[in-house]
Design a protein around this ligand. Structure first.
Ligand SMILES: NC(=O)c1ccc[n+]([C@@H]2O[C@H](COP(=O)([O-])OP(=O)(O)OC[C@H]3O[C@@H](n4cnc5c(N)ncnc54)[C@H](OP(=O)(O)O)[C@@H]3O)[C@@H](O)[C@H]2O)c1
Ligand SMILES: *[C@@H]1O[C@H](CO)[C@@H](O)[C@H](O)[C@H]1NC(C)=O
Ligand SMILES: *[C@@H]1O[C@H](CO)[C@@H](O)[C@H](O)[C@H]1NC(C)=O
Ligand SMILES: *[C@@H]1O[C@H](CO)[C@@H](O)[C@H](O)[C@H]1NC(C)=O
Ligand SMILES: *[C@@H]1O[C@H](CO)[C@@H](O)[C@H](O)[C@H]1NC(C)=O
Length: 259
C-alpha cells in the first residue's frame, strides 16, 4: 500500500488530516487536492499536491487519476471537500439554485465519478479504504422539530452522499474495498463560521479540526470490511444536537447513526 489521498486538503478538516498523515512515518506517500493551480504553503514538504481539482468540474476525477501517475495503489482516500450555504424556507428569499447545484455536486455527484475512476484505474484494491465525510445533518432520522427545517441542499446532499456510500459498499465488497461514511464532529472551521454557526461553537461542543482529524484517523485505522457501508460518528453523540431527543440517553462513542 502506498498512498493516502485527501480530497479537499487546503483548509479545515482536510488540512489537519493531511498534516497528521504526513507526520507519521508509517505513511509512505501523502497527496492532497487543491482547487488552485499550485499547492499551498505551510504544509509538510512530503505532501504532494494534485492541483486544479474542483469537484464541481466533471473532469476532476480524470485529472486526479492522471496526476496520480506512478502510484501503484491507494491505501486510503478521504473525500472531505464540502460547501455549505444556508437556506431559509420561511423567508421570501428562499433557496438559491446555483448554491444548491454546488452543494449537491460537491457532496454527492463528484464522489461517484471519482471512486469509479479510481477503481477502474486499479488504484483502489483489496484492503483499500474509502472515507466519505458526510455529516449528522445528512441523517433523516436525526431531523427533529428541536432544530426545525431549512438548509435543504446542505442536508439533502449529505443524505444523498450516505446513499452513495451504501451503494458503493455493495458494488465494492467483492473487491475487498471498504467504504466508511462519517460525521466528523462539529468543528471550528471556516465552513461553520461562514454560515454564522460560530455562535453555537461553545454550547454545541465544537472542536478544532485537528481534534476531529485525530479521532477520524483512529477510526480509519480500525476499519474492517464487515463495517463497510455503515454511517458512524467516531466522536460520538456529544456534538449532535438532536441525538438524545431521537435516540435516547446513554449513547455510546463511537455512535452508529440512523440513516
Ligand atoms: N465543520 C463542521 O462542523 C462539519 C460538521 C459535519 C460535517 N462536516 C463536513 O466536513 C467536511 C470538511 O468541512 P470543513 O469544516 O473542514 O470545511 P472547510 O473548512 O470549509 O474546508 C472545505 C475544504 O473543501 C474544499 N472545497 C470546497 N469546495 C470544493 C470543490 N468544489 N472542489 C474541491 N474542493 C473544494 C476547500 O478548498 P478551498 O480552500 O479551495 O476552498 C477546503 O479545503 C465537509 O464535507 C463538511 O460538510 C463539517
Ligand atoms: C509529529 O510527530 C511527532 C512524533 O510523533 C510529534 O512529536 C510532533 O509534535 C508531530 N508534529 C506535528 C506537527 O503534528
Ligand atoms: C501512524 O500510523 C500507524 C498506521 O496507520 C498507526 O498505527 C500509528 O498509531 C500512527 N502513529 C501516530 C503517532 O499517530
Ligand atoms: C445565488 O448564489 C450565487 C452564488 O453562488 C450568487 O451569485 C447569486 O446572486 C445568488 N442568487 C440570488 C437570487 O440571490
Ligand atoms: C449505559 O450503557 C452502558 C453500555 O453501553 C451500560 O453498561 C450501562 O448500564 C448503561 N447505563 C444506563 C444508566 O443505562
Amino acid at each position: 500500500m502506498s498512498l493516502v489521498l485527501v480530497i479537499g486538503a487546503t483548509r479545515g478538516l482536510g488540512a489537519e488530516l493531511i498534516k497528521r498523515y504526513a507526520n507519521n512515518s508509517s505513511t509512505q506517500k501523502v497527496s492532497g487536492t487543491t482547487r488552485s493551480d499550485h499547492g499551498p504553503t505551510d504544509f509538510p514538504e512530503n505532501v504532494k499536491w494534485l492541483t486544479g481539482i474542483d469537484l464541481t468540474n466533471e473532469e476532476a476525477a480524470v485529472s486526479i487519476v492522471t496526476q496520480l501517475k506512478g502510484v501503484n495503489s491507494i491505501d486510503t482516500v478521504i473525500i472531505t471537500a464540502g460547501h455549505f450555504s444556508t437556506e431559509d424556507f420561511t423567508s421570501g428569499k428562499g433557496p438559491n439554485w446555483s448554491e444548491e447545484v454546488k452543494m449537491y455536486t460537491t457532496s454527492s455527484i463528484a464522489p461517484v465519478f471519482l471512486i469509479h475512476k479510481l477503481v477502474h484505474a486499479n488504484l483502489l484494491v483489496a484492503g483499500s479504504k474509502i472515507v466519505l465525510v458526510s455529516s449528522e445533518a445528512g441523517s433523516i432520522g436525526l431531523r427533529h422539530e428541536k432544530e426545525g427545517g431549512g438548509n435543504y441542499a446542505h442536508h439533502a446532499s449529505k443524505a444523498a452522499l450516505n446513499m452513495v456510500g451504501k451503494l458503493l459498499s455493495l458494488d465494492l465488497k467483492d473487491r475487498g474495498i471498504i467504504v466508511s461514511i462519517v460525521h466528523p464532529g462539529f468543528m471550528r472551521t471556516d465552513m461553520t463560521a461562514g454560515v454564522g454557526y460560530d455562535k453555537y461553537w461553545d454550547a454545541g461542543g465544537a472542536v478544532t479540526p485537528d481534534v476531529a482529524a485525530k479521532s477520524l484517523v483512529e477510526w480509519i485505522n480500525r476499519l474492517t470490511l464487515d463495517r463497510s457501508g455503515e454511517y458512524w460518528a467516531p466522536r460520538g453523540p456529544g456534538d449532535i444536537g438532536t441525538a438524545e431527543s431521537v435516540l435516547g440517553k446513554n449513547l455510546s462513542t463511537p455512535l452508529q447513526l440512523p440513516w
